[in-house]
Design a protein around this ligand. Structure first.
Ligand SMILES: [Cu+2]
Length: 373
């Protein structure tokens, strides 16, 4: 079976993964992964990225806090003859905020404490275990990619997945990054574990995950953020607003709000500006009294790869309202899962993984439908 062959090849780290030496620009930090798609036959698209495991800094002072799986310097080649396009400067989970329904405690599992990634077993990770078994790399099918009802043609997609588990006492948190053959990045966080006070604890809580997303579309310079939404009546108006300075961004379910990061100077073969769209995948969206949670999305200006790393400080980073048009920008995204006080018995021994996240989708990287014959 094709998937089995793929996974066996992954486990042997050959021939799907090329050594660092094969790269034109090796990783500034961390370890390189190169994956071409399709995984068998002549290559069309490819991802090149770097991964690393680092500790976040404390909110004040140099103390090192929880570990996070960082994806950096990711570039995507949208077609066999296309040039690679830089997509990500640095992507990382930057906070897990767990406020309890009763008002206390209010835990910051990534910046108040120093939790660590766990070593994954061969049962947990069926692909290649990297970084002393703390990072899992898997590849496989991702279901139907598209079907053309006129041409009666269709295609299934493929992906690679990098993931780790951060243990935070009674909870395990999954940090997962999927890189699809069409250029989409799917970012997910999962929560699994036990209630703090045991199975009969009636104090509910939220698991809130925040990511720092330094998108570098065709390089770090000249990126501009647009907020797109729909104004729905009998006729629907599409509204696009350019974000000129650092700020939080409202999200409106009725308006289908999504955020686009584009590079005006970068065009595809049809002359259209290339970019990436951040699309929330939402179960619910709420705000807490903490100022940094007032918006699910923020835009800030990048001050280099090692600075302004903490989501719980994003309101302070944005407070001087620096210009962000045609700049190196950072997006922040906040996603919530509510773990109710009166929980179901299916969650009794350990809560099956509850997922939240978002997608980063290519916009005009290809000149047409990816992998269309
Ligand atoms: Cu929970």
């Amino acid at each position: 079976m094709r998937t089995a062959v793929l996974l066996a090849a992954l486990a042997a780290l050959s021939p799907l993964f090329r050594p660092v030496a094969a790269s034109a620009a090796p990783c500034a930090s961390g370890h390189e992964i190169v994956q071409e798609f399709p995984t068998t036959g002549p290559a069309v698209s490819s991802w090149r990225l770097c991964w690393d495991v680092v500790r976040l800094p404390a909110p004040s002072g140099p103390d090192l806090r929880s570990q996070t799986l960082v994806i950096s310097d990711a570039e995507f080649r949208p077609g066999a003859a296309a040039a690679p396009v830089k997509v990500l400067g640095d992507l990382r989970m930057s906070e897990i905020f767990v406020p309890y329904h009763s008002g206390t405690p209010r835990l910051h599992d990534m910046s108040d404490v120093a939790f660590s990634l766990v070593a994954l077993t061969t049962t947990e990770c069926t692909g290649a275990r990297l970084g002393a078994n703390h990072v899992c790399l898997e590849a496989g099918d991702r279901g139907l990619a598209w079907r053309d009802p006129y041409a009666h043609a269709s295609r299934r997609g493929e992906k690679i997945v990098l993931w780790s588990i951060l243990n935070a006492g009674n909870y395990d948190y999954v940090m997962q990054y999927e890189f699809h053959d069409d250029g989409t990045i799917e970012v997910r966080a999962g929560a699994t574990g036990r209630k703090l006070g045991g199975a009969d604890d009636t104090n509910g809580h939220f698991h809130n995950f925040a990511w720092r997303i330094d998108l570098d579309v065709d390089g770090p310079e000249n990126d501009t953020v647009h907020v797109s939404s729909a104004r729905v009546a009998r006729q629907v108006a599409e509204v696009e607003k350019t974000i000129s300075m650092e700020q939080g961004i409202r999200w409106d379910a009725k308006g289908f709000t999504h955020v686009e990061v584009g590079d005006e100077g970068s065009r595809n073969g049809r002359g259209r500006p290339r970019g990436y769209t951040l699309s929330p995948v939402v179960e619910g969206m709420t705000r807490f009294p903490e100022t940094w949670t007032k918006f699910p999305l923020w835009v800030t200006r990048s001050h280099g790869p090692g600075s302004e790393l903490l989501a719980r400080r994003v309101d302070q980073y944005a407070s001087d309202r620096e210009a962000v048009a045609s700049a190196d920008v950072v997006l922040w995204y906040f996603a919530s899962h509510d773990h109710e006080g009166d929980m179901r018995d299916e969650d009794r021994q350990t809560v099956p993984v509850a997922w939240v996240g978002f997608r980063l989708e290519p916009r005009n990287l290809w000149d047409g439908t990816p992998f269309y014959p």
